[in-house]
Design a protein around this ligand. Structure first.
Ligand SMILES: [Zn+2]
Length: 96
């Protein structure tokens, strides 16, 4: 069975500025971490995430308008690069 992602738009909770579009696979309602490979927009931004040699060089995920930090770069248990998301600092909208 082919897995289809749910497509979420992530906005800043403080000023509602659009930040990125995320494809979420699997069960679970919460968005605790964003896998870099599942970030699809903005195009330039998702490409830029893979220019770094190590996760320590990746900047925090920030709102482009109010500079609020909404995600911290880190690695998952399976050693994939992710943003650990700060709950309450972003809104998500399911795209239908
Ligand atoms: Zn903001």
């Amino acid at each position: 069975m082919a897995k289809k992602p749910k497509v979420y738009k992530i906005n800043c909770a403080k000023c509602e500025t659009y930040i990125l579009t995320y494809h979420k696979y699997g069960a679970g309602k919460g968005i605790l971490r964003l896998y870099f490979s599942n970030i699809h927009k903005p195009i330039g931004f998702s490409d830029s995430l893979f220019q770094y040699d190590s996760i320590n060089q990746v900047p925090n995920l920030q709102c482009s308008n109010c500079d609020e930090v909404i995600g911290i770069p880190t690695t998952s248990k399976s050693d994939k690069w992710v943003f650990r998301m700060k709950q309450g600092y972003f809104h998500r909208k399911l795209k239908k």
